[in-house]
Design a protein around this ligand. Sequence first.
Ligand code: CU
Length: 122
Amino acid sequence: MKFSRLLLLLVTFLPVAVGHAEPDCPCECAAAAKPAAAKPVAAASEKAPARHPLRGVVVEVLADKSALLVKHEAIPGVMKAMTMLLKVDAAGLSAVSKGSPITGLLIKRAEGWWLDAVQLAK
Ligand SMILES: [Cu+2]
């Protein structure tokens, strides 16, 4: 009896735990996970995309891709700490260099993750 209750608990909470272990993110770590954004997407796409404050360090500047490889801190409710590629505009690209501590606003667009308002962190 006790064992079956334990099993029931596991079956009930395991999918939740697994689902939160890999938030919706484009990195290799979550490439296998199916896009977990099937529910509020319709509502979210009607308004401006959410902008999540991000803090991190530039690992590499990829000017040819208009992107930065950024090692960022965890963004609660969005993604765990990781190193990932973020698209930036020309201003963002020229504002930083390899090794720069930065802040910015993480935005999910149709074409991928963007970092807006890129600044050198104080
Ligand atoms: Cu990330």
